[in-house]
Design a protein around this ligand. Structure first.
Ligand SMILES: NC(=O)c1ccc[n+]([C@@H]2O[C@H](COP(=O)([O-])OP(=O)(O)OC[C@H]3O[C@@H](n4cnc5c(N)ncnc54)[C@H](OP(=O)(O)O)[C@@H]3O)[C@@H](O)[C@H]2O)c1
Length: 216
């Protein structure tokens, strides 16, 4: 049985990945500062608590995992620290020989092949710039990491997030680092379908040291 540890496993993305992984019979452990209560708890998930800004919590988080998923967001306590925290997590994954699955943002994608990423252009909304730039820094750090680190960095479609949970359709498109738009110019993915794409890649690894775009 594959054992997946999800950092931020109680968040919007992390809990969707946990739900999908449980449905496939994987062992799932979540790390977050607080454990969910009531209906938010998923039966079968082992919830562990602690701030991943602390080295001892990070060290605990990699014990017993085959795959490490980082679904942390650059908000609250992690705003300004997420790049460093994820760099330490990547170093632990490499040292332990764990596959690292990083959840990042839409803006790290390119509008077309070989074009600058959205995050590198002038058009990013100022209110989201800190989040976008931090997640883009994490991608750059992974791409520059030593070859033994086995990672995949997932970027969701533009219309993705707790503000637009969408429907589970069981379908998605996955590809390199270029955004997918539909015929109407929309780029979207539901929480459930994004989680499905990530868990499919965990179950049947077909990319290594890759940046992947996921949309419907
Ligand atoms: N369209 C887009 O591009 C888009 C939209 C949404 C999200 N995203 C990306 O998806 C990723 C996940 O975002 P999300 O919205 O799913 O996250 P989220 O709902 O904000 O969840 C964050 C998770 O991290 C945990 N956490 C926060 N600080 C922590 C700490 N110091 N130590 C341990 N755990 C901590 C939270 O639990 P506690 O608070 O209990 O610790 C929670 O489980 C991010 O990279 C984000 O940029 C992209």
């Amino acid at each position: 049985m594959t054992r997946i540890t999800i950092l931020g496993g109680t968040g919007y993305t992390g809990s969707a990945i946990a739900r999908e992984a449980l449905s496939r019979g994987f062992g799932v452990t979540s790390f977050s500062r607080t454990a969910p209560e009531g209906d938010a708890r998923l039966e079968g998930v082992t919830y562990k608590t602690g701030s991943l800004t602390a080295p001892d919590v990070r060290s605990r988080a990699v014990v017993g995992a085959d795959v490490l998923v980082s679904a942390l967001s650059p908000r609250g306590e992690l705003d300004g620290r997420i790049v460093e925290v994820n760099r330490e997590i990547a170093a632990l994954a490499q040292a332990k020989g764990l596959r690292l699955v990083m959840v990042g943002g839409f803006s790290s994608l390119r509008p077309k092949a070989n074009a600058p990423r959205f995050a590198e252009g002038d058009g990013i909304p100022p209110e989201f710039a800190p989040e976008i730039l931090q997640m883009n820094d994490i991608l750059n750090s992974l791409l520059a990491s030593p070859e033994p680190l086995d990672f995949v960095f997932f970027s969701p479609a533009q219309q993705y997030g707790s503000f637009a949970p969408g429907e589970a359709t069981g379908r998605y498109r996955i590809g390199g680092d270029v955004v997918f738009f539909d015929d109407n110019g929309a780029s979207a993915i539901s929480g459930a379908d994004f989680a499905r794409a990530i868990v499919d890649e965990i179950e049947r690894p077909s990319h290594r040291r890759a940046h992947l775009s996921v949309a419907y």
